[in-house]
Design a protein around this ligand. Sequence first.
Ligand SMILES: Cc1cc2nc3c(=O)[nH]c(=O)nc-3n(C[C@H](O)[C@H](O)[C@H](O)COP(=O)(O)O)c2cc1C
Length: 383
Amino acid sequence: MRYTTAGESHGRALVAIVSDVPAGVSLDAASIDAELVRRQIGYGRGGRMKIESDRAIVLSGVRFGRTIGSPVALTIGNRDWDNWTDVMSVWGSDEDVARLTAPRPGHADLAGCQKTGAGDIRDILERASARETAARVASGAIAKALLRHLGVSVESFVQSIGDVALVEGHDISKVDAVVVEASDVRCPDDAVAARMRSAIDMAKEAGESLGGVFVVLAKGLVPGLGGYAQADQRLDAKLGSAVFSIPAIKGVEFGDGFALAARPGSHAHDAIRYSPDAGVQRDTNRAGGLEGGMTNGEILVVRAAMKPIPTLMTPLASFDLVSGAAVDASRERSDVCAVPAAAVVAEAEVALVLASAYAAKFGGDCVSDMIAALDAYRARLAP
Ligand SMILES: Cc1cc2nc3c(=O)[nH]c(=O)nc-3n(C[C@H](O)[C@H](O)[C@H](O)COP(=O)(O)O)c2cc1C
């Protein structure tokens, strides 16, 4: 399953085309829109989130609530478009439109203008803006719908915002998805969540922004998804690439990741037990569900670090692209912290990779064939 997107942040609409969707996936508009809403909410989001209430309109690939094996095309309207018809006019003139010429450190502004020769940073930021991730989340909703047929769920929680974090070694298996969904910072611990909100308030007050760390979990996976035989089959590489494709993600690890480097081998790997009744079992999941480029049947644990939002209300130094004079970086309406939203985007990216991995192993033409192949595989693996 693969997707491509189009659309500018303040243009008429976002567009996504999702290809290689098996026939027979049950879909409904409400579940796609529910994912879009999950991406929108979150403590620390900017004013725009109050304007936009995202809804996907599916244009193709679905008939009577089921995919038919053709590409699924969808659009998500930009509710603010009416206020931007001059600035984002497709055919009009830029004569009376103020140009943005003070690039923001940490954003695509400067390198984007250098790369394309643009004289107005808006040409760059409209597409580099994370508004585009709404189209990814809608695409991911289709992948999640397929995964539901296969008994797989993908969820996430926020581990830290700024320097406020869950206690080290927080037990991932005890994270309650209901509590996370009810939390506007996607944090499973109410006391830590309150401190995260205070940190965001303080950052906002100071014209600052915050990043953080989130975790994506995928449950119900069979072992053997991905591959060990070629570089481009390795599931860790695909997952890493997908999560790194999200703007502002600067680190990705699986399971205990970087911490493994400092441990002796006996404390880095997950001993294997077998019993004829229960089959293969592990007491630990330091590998985060991946060994040798494949799933190993444990919960997939993907952890990602997001840098702080680059748009600052107390801007960093920059320069004017036209005059060369030192100026403050430009300001756009902006989030103070978008870590909870980024976690939802990462769920979508992970779901798309996993859906493709299932299609590669169990056939991607139709859901019923996939389920039959999956059942046969499970029967072969059964103790
Ligand atoms: C969900 C989400 C929301 C974001 N919101 C903003 C924002 O409001 N303002 C901003 O300057 N950057 C925002 N960002 C971050 C920028 O998109 C990102 O920092 C920028 O593209 C540069 O990051 P890069 O160097 O990783 O490409 C957001 C990112 C995500 C994932």
